[in-house]
Design a protein around this ligand. Sequence first.
Ligand SMILES: Nc1nc2c(c(=O)[nH]1)N[C@H]1C(S)=C(S)[C@@H](COP(=O)(O)OP(=O)(O)OC[C@H]3O[C@@H](n4cnc5c(=O)[nH]c(N)nc54)[C@H](O)[C@@H]3O)O[C@H]1N2
Ligand SMILES: Nc1nc2c(c(=O)[nH]1)N[C@H]1C(S)=C(S)[C@@H](COP(=O)(O)OP(=O)(O)OC[C@H]3O[C@@H](n4cnc5c(=O)[nH]c(N)nc54)[C@H](O)[C@@H]3O)O[C@H]1N2
Ligand code: SF4
Ligand SMILES: [Mo]
Length: 726
Amino acid sequence: MTPRVHLRPCTLCEAMCGVRIETDGQRVTSIRGDADDPFSRGYLCPKATALKALHEDPDRLRTPMRREGTSWRAIGWDEALDEAARRLHAVQTAHGKDAVAAYLGNPTTHNTGAILFAPVFLRALGTKNRFSATSADQLPHMLVAHWMFGHQLLLPVPDVDRTDLFLVLGANPLASNGSLMSAPGIRRRLDALKARGGALVVVDPRRTETAERADEHHFIHPGTDALFLFALLNEALRLPRRPHHLEGTLTGLDELRRLAAPFTPEAVAPATGIAAEVTRRLAARLVSTPRAVVYGRMGTSVQPFGAQCAWLITALNVVTGHLDVPGGAMFPMPAFDPRWLPRPFAPGPGSHGRRATRVRGLPEVGGEFPVAALAEELLTDGPGRVRGLVTLAGNPVLSTPNGAQLDRALAGLEVMVSIDPYLNETSRHAHLVLPPPSPLERPHFDVVFPMLAVRDVVRDADALFDPGPAARHDWQLLVGLGRRLEALRGAGLVGRAKWAALERLGPRGLVDVGLRLGRRGGPFGLTLAKVAAAPHGLDLGPLTPALPEKLRTADRRLHLSPPKLVADVPRLAALLEAPRPPLVLINRRHLRDNNSWLHNADVLVKGPNRCTLLMHPDDARARGLEAGQPVRVTSRVGAVVAPLEVTAAVMPGVVSLPHGYGHGREGVRLSVAAQRAGVSVNDLSDELRVDPLSGNAAFSGVPVEVEAAPEVAPQPVSDVGPAPGR
Ligand SMILES: Nc1nc2c(c(=O)[nH]1)N[C@H]1C(S)=C(S)[C@@H](COP(=O)(O)OP(=O)(O)OC[C@H]3O[C@@H](n4cnc5c(=O)[nH]c(N)nc54)[C@H](O)[C@@H]3O)O[C@H]1N2
Ligand SMILES: Nc1nc2c(c(=O)[nH]1)N[C@H]1C(S)=C(S)[C@@H](COP(=O)(O)OP(=O)(O)OC[C@H]3O[C@@H](n4cnc5c(=O)[nH]c(N)nc54)[C@H](O)[C@@H]3O)O[C@H]1N2
Ligand code: SF4
Ligand SMILES: [Mo]
């Protein structure tokens, strides 16, 4: 066998590090960072080695599986796709198209074919009941981008390589490698910031790995960031401002000033826990530093004021003169820009409240409903009830609020189809599981993250291994299901020709079309062949100003005071007076975890148990608890038992659990993960806690009680009875 070297971006997280993989025949012999990658320059995190483990994992499914009672039978592709389409069609015929829901998980965005072809499948499925991990994540940012800039994917990214003041709220890029900020090797980038005399300031209820390296870290009471941001704005608006190229583009500045007025640093300090003089000093520094940027992520998104936070972060960047300028918050300009693709492939500009969920009346956002409402749509009887589900690259049992409730609800579905390589906590409920090949068996071109990257780069990669004629890629499964569904509904010649054309085009063809369309909506002279010819990719340079041309609002202006946010400010003001629960739960990530799905890789899970509850020494003492002992954590919806870790790295009144664990459920085929099952933080998170504007799940700040665990670990408990049909 001849050894070969393959260069490609890692597809496991948003950082898109360039990896150099050596193979010998069918074996991966080494995985290292690609030192010549213009974007990541050799950086790699430990997760990249899991690409090998993932590829070789004996638990990873290679053929479609049909559930027969509690056992599984391998079946052929045609049989599986025919049966899946037939059963979905039967439910839709009997109860209407909306009776089948769809849930798209995070890895969809890391899979060229899945992200490009999911829209055509969803269109064929024709359901209004669309859900995704977006509403457990960055939805507030997208909604606010829709309102302020006119497009949900015009997301400002911190120009970390050129900034001199980086104010970070609720993000821990040293563990997560950055989100809505693709910045491989963030540690090096932050070191460079300091080396040029810049400063990193972190605001977080936990002294994180990132906070440890910061010049300043300030604890903040969970869920109060919007108050702190308003106070910063209030101060910044009182200081003289530098002239700014967006000045003539802004609307709503006077209104913003009026809204900010009551939120003085003194007024918000008791609620946030951040002293007024700290807020004053930071505001002055933001205004006086020519290259500065405010950035907020998960901690600011997954809380009841997620949209308010996203709004105020951008507003603050605008009024301090840091939007769309080098060193501030900028808009990447990808060589392949899905935003300007033809319909139906292009993600729309966004929308809000065109309809509402049946049971709770939560708003539609960007064509989707909030996933916090999924279980109740399955469980609540009556017209419009969801009776079928298709999941694509998602594990909502572990990743959505009150996952235990969803777990029971899935068991009662009339049909469930999962496109997933594993029998995990979610797909074990499916009637049919359709596994795509491993990431190393498919070509890769990043579609989503160049829109969020701190530098404009473009790369293309071949598959390392041929998955063989028996394999079906995600996009082929989506096309296969869509085509069959429409055929069952009696699609004519035109319909059949459409699917044949899509199959011929494929994701590679579509990427080529998009590259020819170019960036800035104008031709850029690139083709897929040209990109593929550059083994390490092409560096298109640092970010460049993009506004006001890119604005997509009807009046082409940047809206500083969107009406629905303005109308929601009284709810925020009420937080000033609200009593604080004695103990609230926040979540965390570890460098060696990846949401819920890399725990079957031994290289990543070995070592001490990471699924522990962090608690401040004062809180532990007050409850008579000691480090290492198992404690029972109880919320409105459930209880879990985890070992206690006592540490002053979390602020008093706050406890922290990691997310993505809880693999101990019956019927899961993850043999390594099962040995380090941990507990699911989402058996505690409450589906009724959402940001009411976006409907985004509010995982952060869940009120909990903690006590010594009884001898025998209890099962998760819940307020809801067993799923119907059981
Ligand atoms: N409490 C709490 N909950 C959270 C979070 C939190 O911080 N706290 N974080 C939230 C966030 S940010 C996110 S993004 C979500 C993630 O939520 P999900 O996307 O629902 O879950 P993942 O854990 O990413 O699971 C991914 C699934 O995709 C499968 N998969 C991997 N690659 C592929 C592929 O190429 N094709 C297909 N078809 N399947 C694939 C895996 O086997 C796995 O089943 O969780 C959210 N939930
Ligand atoms: N190693 C690893 N990397 C990952 C992932 C992973 O699971 N593991 N997941 C990937 C995904 S899908 C995403 S979306 C990104 C997320 O990447 P990040 O946004 O960096 O997310 P977290 O690491 O969860 O950091 C959130 C921080 O918010 C803090 N926080 C909680 N509540 C509040 C609050 O109310 N206010 C403030 N100011 N802070 C708060 C928490 O203490 C935590 O430090 O990471 C990606 N990268
Ligand atoms: S940070 Fe790690 S997981 Fe993320 S792209 Fe880079 S190597 Fe892959
Ligand atoms: Mo995420």
